[in-house]
Design a protein around this ligand. Structure first.
Ligand SMILES: Nc1ncnc2c1ncn2[C@@H]1O[C@H](COP(=O)(O)OP(=O)(O)OP(=O)(O)O)[C@@H](O)[C@H]1O
Length: 252
């Protein structure tokens, strides 16, 4: 469970977030949306304890697993080594991972379809492959609250689908609480029970997805016309932007 009251956060001497009040109950999934630079990563850094708020109160219950936006390592770790780091808090001091740790990590590598990468050097993987390994690491930590900063940003559609499916299963089957930021409203439609739409450092809307997310407030959020599109024959819908680009496409 997360509860934030009147949070104000500064970075580099500048107020980035002001007067944020949030509550997310156990087992809910929150999607954070907003323009570049509005403060999504800043909020995530506060929730994961990486930066301290200047004022206000924050309560986060349970163990937190975190998937950062960009990740590089200094040593020649393999993908398996990196994913195994998720088991760290389950090992004793100087403890080496045991059979169960390997089983858990390989289970998640396999669920994410990246078991074949386990011996490859992490730094030599593509951005999307690294993102999947970092997701496996966080899942292997068996945390109560999983926080992901743009987890699908580098992923193709098929891998986005895989990650969304996995997050949804973790929420439904294990009652995990999940917070993720995204630039894709469709990801919120697919798996988020709640959304936080950040308009500015002090203006935001937070509420259940069906009530708080619609074409009007998305258009306002991104200052671009955004329309709802329903997929015929299903109960599914998505949101699509009407880009303002006016040039005529010509045949070469
Ligand atoms: N380490 C830092 N020191 C000073 N200011 C920072 C730092 N990191 C971020 N900022 C500033 O904080 C503001 C919010 O940045 P943040 O990374 O939280 O935005 P974001 O919503 O996650 O953006 P994006 O969608 O581009 O990832 C920006 O104006 C940024 O310049």
């Amino acid at each position: 469970m997360i509860e934030a009251r009147d949070l104000t956060v500064e970075r580099g001497g500048r107020t980035i977030l002001e007067g944020y009040n949030l509550r997310l109950d156990k087992g809910r999934t929150l999607a954070i949306l907003g323009a570049n630079g509005v403060g999504k990563t800043t909020l995530i850094s506060v929730l994961t304890g990486l930066i301290q708020p200047r004022s206000g109160r924050l309560m986060v219950h349970g163990q937190v697993g975190f998937v950062p936006q960009l990740f590089e390592v200094s040593f020649a770790y393999s993908a398996l080594d990196i994913a195994l780091m998720g088991r760290a808090r389950h090992l004793g001091l100087f403890g080496a991972p045991g059979r169960r740790d390997y089983e858990i990590v390989r289970h998640f590598l396999s669920m994410l379809g990246i078991e074949a990468l386990e011996t490859q050097a992490f730094n030599a993987l593509s951005g999307g492959q690294r993102q999947l390994v970092m997701i496996a690491q966080a899942l292997a930590s068996e945390c109560d609250l999983l926080v992901l900063d743009e987890p699908c940003a580098a992923l193709d559609y098929k891998n986005q689908d895989k990650v969304l499916e996995l997050l949804h299963r973790l929420q439904v089957e294990r009652g995990m609480t999940i917070v993720f930021s995204t630039h894709m409203p469709q990801h919120a439609v697919e798996i988020a029970t709640d959304v936080l739409l950040m308009t500015s450092g002090s203006r935001y809307v937070c509420g259940p997805t069906e009530q708080a997310l619609d074409a009007n407030n998305l258009s306002e959020l991104y200052d671009l016309p955004i329309a709802r599109a329903d997929f015929s024959g299903t109960k599914k819908h998505t949101y699509a932007p009407l880009f303002r680009h006016r040039g005529e496409k010509t045949d070469a």
